[in-house]
Write a new protein. Structure first.
Length: 287
């Protein structure tokens, strides 16, 4: 009798794990205009900086100090590192917030969310598919920028070692490996923004609200980190560790700050993702 009841509840051949395949969701997201626009903006940034350096002249020592920005034209590796430096604090936050915050809320705004669940796509499966694709696109955005910057910088300034502002240089091969580590760390550090955006996306039917809320809260974190009166409490802010990757492009890399920053970011992200899944499981879907 129980077997008969189970068969009446699900159609023959139905497998929950086969609903909303990642490939289908990825194709859907890649075709969206916001994905193409975001990719174009990130790919254009290295060209904008190249023109800026051409107009403003070669950067150099200022007030007796040499910064990473001053070494931008030393080689393609330096140019790629500078692109990461100027974009990690804000620009790379936007694609993460966009891809993760728009994913569920957009379906609700289109009134297609209830039809997806009636397909039937289990709620957990829907969230996992959406989140996996959103994180994949976020990572792709972070890889796209330095790859284009490395190509543009190499064409303009040549292929060579990464000159370190504090003195010394990293061989081109070593620099490429360190930049990969930097990209991985920046991605992990942005998981907090991804978690905020994804959680807000399950709470609202307005994609702009989820994306803007995640960006806004990230900015608040940056502001709080600038308040030195907070002392050691800033160590618990993800923003406090967002530039810890600079320790990786030293002659002798220091991984302590990156490990601590990654631990803080992953902890916050896991809590936010758990809240998103828990809340969405109990939510009444009317859109």
């Amino acid at each position: 009798m129980s077997t008969l009841l189970e068969r009446t509840e699900t159609a023959d051949g139905y497998r929950a794990r086969r609903t909303l395949p990642l490939r289908v969701e990825l194709v859907r997201q890649l075709k969206r205009r916001r994905t193409l626009v975001m990719g174009a903006v990130l790919a254009a940034l290295p060209f904008v900086l190249l023109v800026a350096f051409a107009i403003g002249g070669q950067p150099g020592e200022r007030n007796g100090r040499i910064t990473l920005l001053d070494t931008a034209t030393a080689s393609g590796a330096n140019f790629a590192a500078v692109n990461l430096f100027v974009s990690a604090g804000f620009l790379l936050v936007i694609p993460v917030a966009l891809f993760c915050g728009d994913t569920i809320a957009s379906e609700a705004s289109w009134s297609s969310l209830r039809y997806l669940l009636a397909a039937p796509v289990p709620r957990a499966r829907l969230l996992w598919s959406k989140l996996t694709v959103a994180l994949g696109l976020s990572l792709a955005a972070m890889v796209l920028l330095p790859v284009v910057a490395l190509a543009v910088g190499t064409a303009a300034y040549g292929w060579g070692p990464l000159e370190i502002p504090t003195g010394g240089a990293l061989a081109a091969g070593t620099a490429a490996q360190r930049l990969l580590a930097v990209i991985a760390y920046i991605f992990v550090s942005q998981l907090v923004t991804a978690g905020l955006a994804f959680w807000l996306s399950t709470k609202t039917d307005a994609p702009l609200g989820a994306v803007g809320g995640a960006v806004g809260l990230t900015i608040v974190g940056n502001v709080l980190d600038a308040v030195t009166a907070l002392g050691h409490w800033r160590d618990f802010l993800p923003a406090h560790w967002q530039f810890a990757w600079a320790d990786a492009i030293q002659p002798t890399p220091e991984w302590g700050g990156m490990i601590q920053g990654a631990a803080v970011s992953v902890t916050y992200a896991l809590v936010l993702f758990a809240l998103a899944f828990r809340g969405f499981r109990r939510k009444d879907i009317v859109s």
